[in-house]
Ligand binder design. Structure first.
Ligand code: HEM
Ligand code: HEM
Length: 251
């Protein structure tokens, strides 16, 4: 039988590994997905036929065909779920020292947790609203093609975002929360992984992460503006052979 101190240290070791996994999954694949997703969405602003570039970008992802759903589950949903569950455990079980000290670091520490919760609520709503998983519950607005095979990716996304006055502000809060959470999380993860140890390297990393966050926020808010202003009555762009693929109809 294990000695009590051995089992405690085993618990500590497991918790340490879980925290490392939480950090890693926040960066890859979840953080990487957020970057690719916001950049893909920002192609709605590309010059030329309205929504044409966005349609092409999403078609490239849907070209995974029957592999799309397993890839989404393994590389997006499960890592996000693990990161979120442990994230909630950290938020509700650790002491916040933000009230005790007035340093910027403690405000960011509190903001990291608050934006994690906001990100969770937003992502939940967003997946219900856009992804075909939400269809049984009245969501799943996004359609890559209509029944006739016309390209409707940008149009259906824009309709969902323009449906009510409060949706765009909710998206703005959701996007900015996710971006702050990732950029600040990138900075803290460099400390977690022992990459930035000295205060001077942490300061330099701070500038780099802030610049990264600002660029990603511009991409995300640009995408949102593009869909918000998208003329939903404009004719659908003609992309590829104009035929709907098996996955484009929500499988
Ligand atoms: C957009 C999706 C998300 C991304 C890209 C993301 C990314 C990250 C990253 C990179 C870190 C830094 C890890 C470190 O310091 O080593 C982090 C920390 C954290 N995340 Fe997330 N995360 C996301 C969603 C969430 C959600 C939904 C929650 C749920 C509450 C959450 C809760 C947390 C918490 C509490 C921390 C701080 C952990 C600590 O203090 O050590 N995150 N996240
Ligand atoms: C301008 C803001 C955004 C727009 C216009 C947007 C648009 C979309 C659309 C149209 C889909 C459905 C794609 C499909 O079914 O193929 C989708 C899915 C998804 N979005 Fe967003 N999104 C935005 C921001 C975000 C943010 C900030 C996150 C945070 C992580 C996020 C996470 C997801 C996830 C996890 C999915 C499901 C996986 C997937 O289908 O790729 N989105 N989004």
């Amino acid at each position: 039988m294990a000695h009590p101190t051995e089992s405690v240290s085993l618990q500590d070791k497991n918790y340490f590994l879980m925290r490392r996994l939480h950090s890693l999954l926040g960066l890859v694949p979840v953080g990487a997905f957020l970057c690719v997703h916001l950049l893909t969405n920002s192609t709605v602003l590309a010059p030329g036929v309205a929504g044409g570039e966005f349609q092409k970008s999403v078609e490239r992802i849907h070209a995974l065909g029957p592999l799309l759903v397993p890839v989404e589950i393994v590389f997006i949903f499960l890592p996000l779920l693990f990161h979120s569950l442990l994230g909630f455990q950290i938020v509700f079980n650790s002491e916040s020292n933000a009230q005790q000290y007035r340093y910027g670091g403690n405000i960011r520490y509190m903001l990291q947790r608050t934006t994690g919760i906001l990100a969770f609520v937003f992502i939940f709503y967003h997946i219900w609203q856009m992804h075909w998983f939400g269809k049984p519950l009245g969501g799943g607005a996004f359609e890559l093609h209509d029944a006739a095979g016309a390209a409707t990716g940008a149009m259906t996304t824009a309709v969902a975002i323009q449906q009510a006055w409060w949706i765009a502000p909710v998206y703005a809060i959701g996007v900015l929360s996710c971006v702050f959470h990732l950029a600040n999380g990138l900075w803290t993860s460099l400390i977690t992984w022992g990459i930035t140890i000295r205060p001077s390297s942490q300061r330099t990393a701070g500038y780099v992460c802030a610049a990264f966050g600002i660029i990603l926020a511009i991409a995300g808010m640009g995408a949102l503006t593009g869909f918000y202003n998208y003329d939903v009555k404009s004719p659908p762009p003609v992309v590829g052979d104009g035929h709907a693929s098996a996955t484009s109809q929500g499988l």
